[in-house]
Design a binder for this molecule. Structure first.
Ligand code: APR
Length: 237
């Protein structure tokens, strides 16, 4: 693998990278969407209809993070970021905090974060690590009852898309890890990178929906395949 150490890397991660840390995926057999209807807890309509149910769903997942640790795959990506001399951007669809816990800094949470809150009254986004409810008060505008999880729900616009597309436009290498390639716009990033001349690699446990778009597919668990891949990239750099 001959990657010039000044070349530019964009990495996309999905729920699969956090499975070996104990977090569930969405679309696997025992995934979150097999247990709860995403329309009820991951859409603006669902929140408007039953905010208590939505707060409950995200409070449980936020609490779960407190005892969840990054695995070897998260640490390998932080190591790659620290050692890479070219441009590097990690885009995650995940709302957990495992990439930052492992030390990643050049990181975009395109679907938001469990440990962040959004005020429906003033638009403030800010850290929130405790339970949230319909009685929660905005620390900025003091409005009560308008706080929501800072999660990008279906039909909402993901965060920092301009910055992501600018990085994809100049990427020499695009790697997708632990994502089923089911949800847009993230599922289309491989095409974007490829059209701009990047080499594209998928690291995933099962066959994803867009696996045929990748130049190279590495099949297996992230905690094993990602460190191995990072070692190969750095050995040749
Ligand atoms: N190592 C690598 N990949 C794994 C592992 C593992 N240990 N375990 C599971 N996977 C793979 C599965 O094969 C699957 O392809 O992770 C992928 C998880 O797919 P999804 O559950 O669809 O999760 P993701 O692709 O992140 O979903 C994207 O959909 O519901 C929305 O907003 C939500 O961010 C989420 C988005």
């Amino acid at each position: 693998m001959d990657f010039d150490p000044t070349s530019s890397i964009v990495i996309l991660t999905g729920a699969g990278i956090s499975v070996e840390s104990g977090l569930e995926t969405f679309r696997d057999r025992n995934g979150l969407w097999a247990k709860v209807d995403h329309r009820e807890v991951a859409t603006p309509e669902g929140f408007a209809h039953n905010p208590v149910k939505v707060h409950d769903f995200y409070n449980k997942r936020r609490r779960q993070l407190r005892d969840t640790l990054p695995n070897a795959a998260h640490h390998a990506l932080a190591r790659l970021e620290g050692a890479w001399r070219g441009d590097f951007l990690l885009v995650t669809q995940n709302v957990d905090d495992l990439h930052e816990s492992a030390g990643s800094r050049k990181l975009i949470h395109m679907h938001g974060e469990l440990n962040s809150a959004l005020c429906g009254a003033c638009g403030l986004r800010g850290p929130w690590k405790t339970d949230m409810s319909t009685y929660s008060r905005c620390p900025h505008c003091e409005t009560v009852g308008q706080m929501r999880p800072d999660i990008v729900w279906f039909s909402e616009m993901p965060y920092q898309m301009d910055r992501i597309y600018r990085a994809l436009a100049k990427a020499d290498l695009f790697v997708a890890i632990g994502t089923s390639g089911n949800v847009y716009p993230a599922a289309q990033f491989v095409e974007e990178a490829s059209a701009n001349g990047a080499r594209t690699v998928e690291i995933n446990l099962d066959v994803s929906d867009n696996t045929q778009m990748f130049n190279e597919v590495i099949r297996g668990p992230a905690s094993k395949m990602v460190p191995d891949y990072v070692d190969r990239l750095l050995a040749d750099a």
